[in-house]
Ligand binder design. Sequence first.
Ligand code: AR6
Length: 167
Amino acid sequence: MDITLVQGDITEQRVDAVVNAANSSLMGGGGVDGAIHRAGGGRILQECRRLRDTSHPDGLAAGDAVATTAGEMPATWVIHTVGPVYSASADRSHILASCYRRSLEVAEELNAATVAFPAVSTGVYGWPMDSAADIAVRSVTESSPTLGEVRFVLFDAQAYEAFSRAL
Ligand code: AR6
């Protein structure tokens, strides 16, 4: 499996699945979640609503992952995961690690060969970038999925450098 780093916009990636840093409601939000719903169009929200009506009446728990269509994006699927909100007093690293592990399990169930991740929890949810990068790289490496490529798509140079150091 190749692990690659790109600085850019995750909505433009030509991969089988892009991972969304969603919230438990699955009803959209700001940051990468907003960008994915805008780029993919209304079908993503439609499928999220269906998930809420069927398999996920209480929403998606932090650390878990679930897939929908990617709508009009170049990717085929969006894998929605919910990162933990950062806390300096409680160690939630295992929840952040679980986001990567569960997303890769869902990707394998979909037979996706290439998956793009954003830096989950490092925006609105406040996780320090260097720590998030270490956890992301370690979780993906330890999961050693049978995928062709896991691509981290970092929005700015600071994030790119943090992931580069972690790798
Ligand atoms: N492509 C790649 N990375 C991006 C993009 C993009 N288009 N846009 C932002 N980022 P965030 P979180 C980076 O806040 O911290 C939402 O409202 C951004 O610079 O999107 O997990 C949800 O609905 C940052 O490094 O996700 C939740 O309520 C990283 O993506 C909440 O935010 C993650 O930032 C989730 O917060």
